[in-house]
Ligand binder design. Structure first.
Ligand SMILES: NC(=O)c1ccc[n+]([C@@H]2O[C@H](COP(=O)([O-])OP(=O)(O)OC[C@H]3O[C@@H](n4cnc5c(N)ncnc54)[C@H](OP(=O)(O)O)[C@@H]3O)[C@@H](O)[C@H]2O)c1
Length: 246
């Protein structure tokens, strides 16, 4: 072996061990930076499409453990793998059982069946409901939502869940682009009556990079389709003003 080869080998080793030392120093900092205030949670996502996929990714980025679900979990592989070890894929049941909190983001017409199929698993669970009732897609149930209000209707189809209406009021693209934006944060209206759901729902809105503005569940219709705040991604002070909150 020539001296040059040895030197080259040593240099490579030093480079690697130097990198390893740097990694050892940096890794715990990175881990710290990714631990959300108040601790990391386990979150199940039901409906990992545009809204569920987007919000779930923001939570992974914040340091939460997220199980994305689908009726065909194998199809989520491409979405979940690049997100690293904090993201995984599974069935709808697995996501609901896994989560300390569960985000449901499916077509509204699918909500009653999910409430029925997983009644036991959902009992006592904090559920963030992002589903909107859209006439062209959801059919009959839209009339019921218009009559009763969306918060009341969701609570009826998810009995026993500690419900928060959240992440439904503007487009997934805005959730993606406005998360943790510079300057005043964008407000996310949440409709909630249960105190524990208020606490966890507010935390998860903050961890996604927004500021929660809470109103009673019965007022959730104000930021659902047909309501004056639907589609509006407003700075938090403006949102509070529009909701009449000092
Ligand atoms: N898109 C937006 O910007 C936006 C904004 C606010 C609120 N929302 C509301 O959020 C909900 C989801 O919208 P999206 O745009 O994210 O829809 P999407 O991209 O079509 O994703 C919805 C997901 O729901 C799942 N799903 C459909 N039927 C289901 C069922 N019966 N049981 C379990 N999972 C079911 C599908 O997953 P699998 O087929 O993989 O099971 C699908 O990936 C809707 O109610 C929508 O109105 C959407």
């Amino acid at each position: 072996m020539k001296k040059n080869d040895i030197d080259h080998g040593r240099r490579a080793f030093l480079r690697i061990s130097g990198a390893a030392t740097t990694l050892a120093l940096v890794a715990p900092l990175a881990a710290l930076a990714q631990t959300p205030a108040g601790g990391a949670m386990k979150i199940g996502v039901v409906g990992s499409g545009r809204i569920g996929g987007t919000i779930g990714k923001l939570w992974v980025k914040a340091g939460h453990q997220v199980l994305f679900s689908s009726r065909h979990p194998e199809q989520l592989k491409g979405m979940v793998e690049p997100l690293g070890p904090k993201a995984s894929a599974g069935t709808v049941r697995e996501a609901i059982v896994f989560g300390d909190a569960v985000l449901i983001a499916v077509p509204y017409a699918a909500l009653p069946q999910i409430g029925k199929d997983f009644a036991n698993e959902l009992k006592g669970k904090v559920v963030l409901d992002a589903c909107n009732a859209i006439a062209a897609r959801d059919g009959e149930i839209v009339k019921e939502v218009q009559e009763k209000g969306i918060g009341v209707t969701s609570a009826q189809y998810l009995p026993g869940a500690r419900l928060v209406r959240a992440f439904n009021s503007f487009s997934w693209m805005k959730f993606e682009s406005e998360s943790n934006r510079a300057g005043e944060l964008i407000g996310v209206p949440i409709g909630v009556d249960d105190p524990e759901a208020l606490k966890i729902g507010s935390k998860l809105v903050r961890d996604a990079g927004f500021e929660p503005v809470a109103v009673p569940l019965a007022r959730a219709k104000e930021f659902a389709p047909g309501g004056p705040l639907m589609g509006q991604a407003l700075p938090v002070s403006e949102l509070k003003k529009r909701l009449g909150i000092a």
